[in-house]
Structure formats: C-alpha cells, structure tokens
Design a protein around this ligand. Structure first.
Ligand code: AOF
Ligand code: ZN
Length: 367
C-alpha cells in the first residue's frame, strides 16, 4: 500500500508533468519525485521535450546533482517506467542501476513499444506498485492517452459567452465578452495545445492571430484553419510567421492565391460529421499523423457544432461572463441534436472563478 507521503509526492509529480503540456508531443507528459525512506524529497524532474530525457532520469540526475545517495530510495512517477530503448534508454534499467528500492507509478504504459517496465523492475527485486492516483495522472495525460487509445488527438472546445449563452451581440461584436483574467487563461490553453483550430467564418469576422504570447518557453501550436473554399486571404494574421499554419480545404478548392502555404485537402463528410462539408475525422487523422496529440477548438459556433455532431469533443471549457445580451449567436451551433433526449450530457469536473467570470470544465458522460 502506498503511503500518504507517496500520495503527496504523486500529486507533486502530476503537477511537475503538467509544466510541459504542449511541449512533449507526440510523447506523454511525465513527472517523477524521488523520496528517501523517511519521505524527504531527494530529487524531482519532468519530461520537458519529446526526445529529451525521461522524467525518471531527470529526477535521478537532480538527486545526484544535490549530492544525494538514492540507493534504497522510492521513485514516485506518473507513468509506468519505460522498458525500451527509444530516443533514450529504458528508465526501468536506469532505476535498477541507481539502486532504487521501490517504484510507485500511477498509470500503466499502454504502448506496445514501452510496456513491461513494472515487470522488469519487479523481476530485479524492486518493490513495485501501480495505480496510485491513476485518475488524476490519466486526466493530466489525457491528450497522449486519447491518442494512444483512439488514434486521434484529444479535442478541447473552449468558448466564451454571456450568462445567457451568447458569444456575440446581435451586431456581431464580441470583443471583449470575458475579462482579462479569462483571456490570459485562454493563452494557457493555447500554449498547452499542439494545434488550435478555427473555421473560416471566425477568420473573416475576427482575423485572429492564434499564436501564444507572453508565455516563456511555450512551443507555438500549429494554427489550423478549416476553409472549404479557400477563402483565406494572404494577408490574414493567421498566416504570419509567428507559428506554423495549416489550411484545410475541400478537394476542389482553388488555392492559387496561397503559394507556399501548407494546404491539406479533405474529403467531404457524410451528413452530420463535418464542418463546411469537410470530414472532421479526416482532419483529426491528418493532425494525428503530424504528431498532434491535443487540439483546441477556438471558434466559431458552427465549427464547434460539427465537432460535437461528429462525437469528437473530449472536454469543454466555458468562460461565462456575468452579462446578458438576449440576442446574438449562441456559443454552440447546430450539432444535429433535435430533441432533448439527444442532448450531449456532460459531467462538470471543475468550476473556477476568474476575476468576474466563471470557468466551467466538463466532459461528456460515458454513454
Ligand atoms: C517520455 N517521457 O518521461 C517517459 C516516457 O520517444 P522516446 O524514446 O523518448 O520514448 C517515448 C515513450 O516512452 C513514451 O511513448 C512512453 O511510452 C514512454 N515513457 N516517455 O517521453 C517520459 N517516462
Ligand atoms: Zn523512460
């Protein structure tokens, strides 16, 4: 049985892992804390970049740099230590070689390539236990786990709306519905995402830039524009060189006005599963093939509606401003839901106050 100190260390490891959200894809985020037998922290580390040292190796190096002897110590890690030689050596062997006496991990590694670390550790006589705070650690690694298990990126839809659910006024104005605190939080979501997706309607209405600002060390997300008829103009801010941009167009779109742009042609969707007629799942397959593990849907309502209709929204983050409009477009467009029995039911996982606003996070209930 894991101790309360080990549970605290696991919470810390989950928080350390989260520091690298958006920077490790196609790899997971992983955190590790090394404890001496009395529960004192000897070293901690997290995986910072794909191809860089794994969390366990970072934590062992931190302990050794601080002059600590880790023989007989406990390694608390958010993911089962890997068993393979990939871009780096197997962590199970590194832990054994360092003389670690006990390993507590949260989530088993589901990949064929890396699985088996727990068995390797146990066979070497290391006291090994899995499953500690597995729910929290899996939540923190939702993007990577979704991608491994379903072969598509994790999709987060974020919106800002008034308390009566409108994301623009009747005349189309929408700046700024929510507070500066909420907008700063959206920058965090962008920095944590591998790709940010908008529809061409939002592009025409807002000319958004979609790059991450004011976040040290953030990896810029891929900006993705879903633009069936290639209406984006070369001067659009989304096409500047602050971050890479992918334009998803229909099979017959004329893109001669966009020389040098990164363009992907997508098939038309079967009814109900597309945006502007484009197949949402085909887009997600393309993004997955490019190493994208998490997608942030930034707008607008029609785009979000087609992702909901396609069953491709994994988490919803709504920023609700205490204001009323009474007219204007709803935050979510048509999702093919015609009657209350078909409503997409969600479970609220978090409620927070950001300045004057409310932030509600919810996930679809398992059906
Ligand atoms: C990480 N960071 O801290 C741990 C990982 O691409 P490689 O060779 O670095 O191997 C990546 C795999 O290693 C990854 O998919 C996961 O199964 C395992 N553990 N990966 O990137 C880490 N502990
Ligand atoms: Zn490893």
């Amino acid at each position: 049985m894991a101790t309360a100190t080990e549970a605290d260390a696991m919470r810390r490891a989950v928080a350390l892992a989260a520091r690298a959200l958006g920077a490790t894809s196609p790899n997971p985020v992983v955190g590790c804390v090394v404890l001496d037998p009395r529960g004192t922290v000897l070293g901690e580390g997290w995986h910072r970049r794909a191809g860089g040292p794994h969390a366990e190796v970072e934590a062992l190096a931190a302990a050794s740099a601080a002059g600590h002897d880790v023989r007989g110590a406990t390694a608390v890690v958010t993911l089962e230590p890997c068993n393979h030689t990939g871009r780096t050596g197997p962590c199970a062997q590194a832990l054994i070689a360092a003389g670690i006496g006990r390993v507590v991990y949260a989530v088993a590694d589901p990949t064929d390539a890396a699985t088996g670390g727990a068995a390797t550790l146990a066979a070497a006589g290391v006291d090994t236990e899995g499953g500690l705070l597995a729910g929290e650690a899996a939540e923190g690694n939702a993007a990577w786990l979704t991608s491994v298990l379903h072969g598509r990126p994790f999709v987060l839809w974020k919106y800002a709306a008034t308390l009566d659910g409108r994301s623009a006024a009747a005349d189309g104005t929408s700046r700024w519905i929510t507070s500066a605190d909420s907008r700063a939080d959206v920058h965090r979501l962008r920095a944590e995402a591998d790709a940010v997706v908008v529809g061409s309607g939002t592009l025409r209405a807002d000319d958004p830039h979609l790059a991450v600002r004011d976040r040290e060390g953030a990896v810029q997300p891929l900006r993705v524009v879903i633009d069936t008829h290639a209406t984006v103009t070369p001067g659009a801010r989304v096409l500047d060189d602050a971050a890479p941009t992918l334009i998803a167009v229909g099979e017959h779109a004329d893109t001669t006005h966009l020389p040098g742009a990164d363009v992907v042609r997508l098939p038309r969707a079967a009814a109900g599963g597309g945006h502007g007629g484009l197949d949402v799942h085909a887009l997600l397959r393309e993004l997955h093939a490019r190493g994208v593990r998490s997608v942030l849907l930034e707008g607008g309502p029609a785009l979000a509606g087609s992702f909901v209709a396609a069953g491709a929204v994994d988490r919803v983050v709504g920023y609700l401003a205490p204001a009323l409009l009474g007219a204007g477009p709803a935050a979510l467009g048509d999702a093919g839901i015609g009657t209350i029995a078909q409503a997409l039911r969600l479970e609220v996982t978090d409620v927070a106050r950001l300045g004057p606003d409310l932030r509600i996070t919810a996930v679809p209930t398992a059906s």
